[in-house]
Design a binder for this molecule. Structure first.
Ligand SMILES: Cc1cc2nc3c(=O)[nH]c(=O)nc-3n(C[C@H](O)[C@H](O)[C@H](O)COP(=O)(O)OP(=O)(O)OC[C@H]3O[C@@H](n4cnc5c(N)ncnc54)[C@H](O)[C@@H]3O)c2cc1C
Length: 454
């Protein structure tokens, strides 16, 4: 337990995005479900709001409280892992980070689960908000693969939640579960034997091909093979299509040929054949991190947002993206990186084996994640780059105003942003009223609370 008078408190309260500077009333690291349940019951009895923390990677720093005075319950000691080889169902403590989880799965018999590429992201928040990753089109989101959870509710009761035990809560937790209903301590997740060969793909284009490649990417995204989960990265000077192909280099080249037929030959391509674990390690290294050591991925200061598109973006939206990437902000403290990343959804993401609170997003063609991150001078107010924040706000306002994909904005709850207009609608769509009902039944006192909670 650390409190404001503890020497470790100032370090303990930091989350991955250093622009936030919340001061919780205390941070508790339980080592058992019983400990966690006792802490929840104590906080509830004193009407102190509770914020669970797993990997601390919330874009909005919500696992630091999202405001002052909360009790943060950090699950970093929940590192348990086991796999049933008959069913390939993995039991995973909520405090596992993605990188170490990939290592445990691989060492247990060359298994994988579909999830993101950053090794420091926590299984807890990631799985509860969807979990879009390197092989999502083949296997779905991480939350689609949850078959059971253990959750401590606001009364301090411990529940096993699955399709037959508290089915409404099971529905809600998979997609809308981050921070709103209770403290999830453990997941049961369907894993898969990794295919023998996996190919990582990179294709680079010059910046002046932005329009051609974006148009081609949108058309190609409609029909790309489910063995491939590609993304398109717009940096400052380069357009890069990259991804993980489940299969050999020859087959990956065939999958890419239809894109290259639309774009012409890229400046440079790289097809790298190996194992699944090598592919995951390669993407982690591109983040400057190692799978086995998620803490090598340094905390950052960033303002990133998302929008979901059911059809390719309009020329007007691309012109806005181009304008902002061509005019990046100046960070007086050092580096600033501006990015827009298009991630193709579809495939198994559109055909989950059971219904969940993520269903409102089925049918998404691609998501875009956009914004800026910059180097730190220190944490808290020292990590604010005013020009970067201002650039991000203006970019968001203009892109949201030009949104062409539907009546209201649709956005991804794992890339939560506090100032998106009508945010809960953007994240949960028509599921919102059912989610509110579940919330009222499981946490009527609103003890699990952060600024954008259900
Ligand atoms: C560098 C980086 C890379 C990312 N890459 C991807 C990606 O490839 N794909 C993708 O889909 N997303 C990605 N994300 C987004 C990420 O999935 C979400 O931010 C996710 O919520 C982080 O989970 P966490 O446990 O690390 O975060 P936390 O900050 O600990 O938690 C996030 C939210 O979930 C709640 N929560 C956490 N644990 C629990 C729990 N055990 N029980 C109940 N509620 C809980 C918290 O209270 C908070 O509201 C990335 C984020 C970052 C910063």
């Amino acid at each position: 337990l650390s409190t404001p008078s503890s020497p470790i408190y100032n370090n303990d309260r930091l989350v991955f995005n250093h622009i936030f500077d919340h001061t919780p009333s205390a941070i508790f690291h339980p080592s058992s479900e019983a400990d966690a349940a006792a802490a929840v019951a104590c906080a509830a009895a004193h009407n102190v709001s509770i914020v669970p923390r797993s990997g601390g990677h919330s874009f909005e720093g919500y696992s630091g409280g999202g405001k002052t005075g909360s009790l943060v319950i950090d699950l970093n000691l929940f590192q348990q892992f086991a796999i049933d080889h008959d069913t390939a169902i993995a039991t995973v403590g909520a405090g596992n980070r993605l990188g170490p989880l990939y290592t445990k799965l691989w060492n247990a018999g060359e298994y994988l689960v579909p999830a993101g590429s950053c090794p420091g992201v926590g299984v807890g928040g990631h799985a509860l908000g969807g979990g879009m990753g390197m092989v999502g089109r083949k296997y779905g989101t991480l939350s689609d693969n949850i078959v059971g959870l253990t959750m401590v509710d606001a009364n301090g009761n411990i529940w096993k939640v699955n399709a037959t035990s508290r089915p409404d809560l099971f529905w809600a937790l998979r997609g809308a579960g981050g921070g709103s209903f209770g403290l999830v301590t453990e997941f049961r997740i369907q894993a898969y034997k990794a295919p023998a060969t996996v190919t990582t793909v990179l294709a680079m284009y010059p910046w002046n091909m932005l329009q051609t490649v974006t148009d081609a990417f949108g058309m190609w995204a409609e029909n790309v093979a489910d063995d491939f989960t590609p993304l398109m990265y717009l940096g400052r000077d380069m357009v890069v299509v990259m991804g993980t192909f489940l299969g050999s280099q020859d087959k990956a080249q065939i999958a890419l040929a239809s894109l290259f037929a639309l774009t012409g030959s890229p400046l440079q391509t790289n097809f790298d054949e190996g194992t699944w674990y090598q592919a995951a390690a390669k993407w982690a290294e591109m983040e400057g991190a190692k799978l086995e050591d998620p803490f090598a991925e340094h905390a950052r200061s960033f303002r990133l947002r998302s929008l979901l598109y059911r059809q390719a973006i309009s020329d007007r939206e691309l012109a806005i993206i181009s304008k902002y990437l061509n005019n990046p902000p100046n960070n007086p403290n050092g580096r600033v990186t501006t990015t827009v990343i298009f991630e193709i959804w579809g495939g198994k993401i559109d055909n989950p084996s059971s219904t969940s609170a993520f269903d409102n997003h089925r049918g998404t063609l691609y998501s875009i994640q956009y914004g800026a991150d910059w180097s730190l001078s220190s944490s808290g107010s020292g990590s604010i780059c005013t020009a970067c924040m201002d650039w991000s706000e203006r970019f968001a306002k203009e892109l949201q105003a030009a949104y062409s994909s539907g009546q209201g904005l649709e956005a991804y709850q794992n890339y939560m942003e506090r100032d998106i207009p009508n945010g809960l609608r953007a994240y949960y769509g028509d599921n919102l009223s059912r989610l509110i009902k579940v919330k009222k039944s499981v946490d009527p006192g609103n003890i699990f609370m952060f600024p954008q909670a259900i």
